[in-house]
Design a protein around this ligand. Structure first.
Ligand code: GLP
Length: 240
């Protein structure tokens, strides 16, 4: 695991965008793993700016990490809409090649299996962007998630619902259930870039970078990944 401490969100966004640009030049049909939350926003900002000056996404595809269960289609906080708004509508990726778990499927387990099959059929994720929750979750793999887990339905713990309540009118509106790629799914990505900024992430960063590899801290599984890059600002690195 490579940990890079940078001066703030802008240089973090640029460094992650450099890796994605290099990947796209080498492999124009690259498969990108897309994350929501505030952490990857500087990367999307930077990539949109680079697209405006010629970076081509026309042959790329994308797979979202996770999705809320039960939000009505078109809800602004449905992650499939967040990813469009924050990123894919701002570049020339084919919308048909941007995939999300189906959080309104009648048969959720079947939708999860179909999502896994779609990722495999695309040849697996080349570069996965990740944030980290204050409890060490990645995607929505809460503490206790199996390291072998695949895409499945999960319940959110109260802290995660509170952390995400800022995007909703009230805590009561935050869904209790989500679909998330599993830790095993995430570990199949060829390169993982995790971004964490701010003092509220310092403990989680310390736990997953320097602590034991343990299901209580899901991001710690990345210690076993052959190519994991952790980009942090000084506040998020302050407990290292
Ligand atoms: C949510 C998302 C995660 C994200 C986390 C942290 O729980 N499912 O993928 O990493 O929030 O979000 P933020 O980057 O806004 O701190």
């Amino acid at each position: 695991m490579e940990v890079v401490i940078l001066g703030g969100s802008r240089p973090i966004g640029k460094l992650a965008a450099d890796a994605i640009e290099e990947l796209l030049r080498r492999k124009p049909d690259a498969v990108l793993g897309l994350a929501t939350g505030s952490s990857p926003l500087p990367v999307y900002e930077e990539l949109a700016a680079r697209h405006a000056t010629g970076l081509d996404f026309s042959r790329a595809s994308g797979f979202a990490l996770d999705e809320y269960v039960g939000l009505p289609d078109g809800h602004p906080e449905q992650y499939r809409n967040v990813i469009r708004r924050e990123f894919t509508d701002r570049i020339n990726i084919d919308p048909a090649n941007v995939h999300s778990p189906d959080g309104s499927a009648a048969d959720i387990p079947a939708a999860c299996d179909a999502y896994e099959a779609a990722i495999a059929a695309a040849g697996d994720v080349d570069l996965q962007l990740l944030g980290v929750g204050t409890d060490g979750h990645i995607g929505f793999n809460e503490p206790g998630s199996s390291f072998a887990s695949r895409t499945r339905i999960k319940s959110l713990i109260e802290q995660t619902r509170k952390d995400n309540a800022r995007f909703f009118t009230s805590l009561a509106d935050v869904p209790h259930h989500v679909i998330t790629q599993g830790l095993g799914t995430i570990m199949d990505a060829r390169h993982v870039i995790l971004i964490a900024t701010g003092a509220q992430k310092a403990q989680a960063v310390r736990d997953f970078v320097e602590g034991p590899v343990a299901a209580i801290c899901p991001a710690s599984v990345l210690q076993f990944h052959p190519h994991a890059t952790v980009l942090v600002d000084e506040a998020a690195a302050s407990a290292l």
